[in-house]
Unconditional design. Structure first.
Lengths: 74, 188
């Protein structure tokens, strides 16, 4: 089995840029989730907090996976 | 032109590119002595931005956890003590008085609606926190700031801008006294 050729800088740059776009989308989603959760919480609706936490944690897990890949890329 | 030779790709990858993308020979002496590789610089800054964004993502999760913990702590009153807030003879039918329960809370409003019936709610309107006043003859609570109305028997909004019911204080009438025994947070 042949070892994959290491990526050159321009390729890594493209990957990191794509990663950044994906992370930004997830961050905006999390920001919206937190804003909506706080709004609902202050309005007395507390049942929304736990599902919102789950969704936010899922976004963070995806981001953490990307971070792991970023470290492997270096 | 794209080279098919992997060796030339690696060489191009290792080449130091100045920030103005010009030839190395045309750079001033100080830059030739301390060359900055623009490509590597961009890669590192973008990589660090990704890391910072992921840290921000973690901060959002921490914010959600804080919200959940706060919600759980506030949901469990862990048995507020029963406190006498008035005597039965103190209030005529249709009369009202304010009290704090538990001590230090926002003002609560106790209303005598009948010979043996009392109700108590948070006095702050759920719209913009103006104090509500009882209109016992109509069976309602009125918020004069924005003409909001609540049902006196349930605390639910019936007219005006308020959308949420008033938090209700549960009461127990015994031995000629009215005791506050807990606070019921509205479900929605």
């Amino acid at each position: 089995m042949t070892r994959p050729r290491p990526l050159i800088r321009s390729q890594r740059m493209t990957i990191v840029t794509g990663m950044l776009v994906f992370v930004l989308i997830l961050i905006v989603l999390q920001l919206w989730l937190l804003t909506a959760s706080v709004n609902a919480y202050l309005g007395g609706e507390r049942s929304i907090v736990l599902p919102a936490l789950g969704a936010s944690a899922l976004c963070f897990a995806l981001n953490a996976g990307l971070l792991r890949y970023l470290y492997r890329l270096e | 032109m794209i080279s098919r030779n992997p060796g030339s790709l690696v060489d191009a990858d290792r080449a130091v590119v100045p920030p103005d993308r010009g030839a190395t020979a045309s750079q001033p002496k100080w830059r030739r002595d301390f060359p900055i590789d623009a490509g590597q610089d961009e890669f590192v800054s973008r990589r660090e931005l990704v890391k910072f964004m992921i840290l921000t993502s973690g901060a959002f999760v921490a914010g959600h956890v804080w919200l959940l913990v706060k919600s759980l702590v506030e949901r469990a009153p862990f048995g507020l003590p029963a406190v006498s807030v008035a005597t039965v003879d103190e209030l005529p039918v249709g009369g009202a008085k304010t009290f704090q329960y538990p001590a230090g809370s926002t003002p609560r409003l106790l209303v005598r609606t009948g010979a043996t019936t009392f109700v108590a709610y948070d006095q702050q309107c759920t719209h913009l926190a103006c104090p509500v006043v009882p209109v016992v003859a109509q069976g309602r609570l009125h918020c004069p700031c924005h003409n909001g109305w609540f049902d006196l028997s349930t605390g639910r909004p019936v007219a005006g801008p308020p959308q949420r019911p008033l938090p209700r204080v549960s009461l127990d009438v015994r031995d000629g006294s009215v005791y506050a025994t807990g606070v019921e947070e509205p479900s929605s």
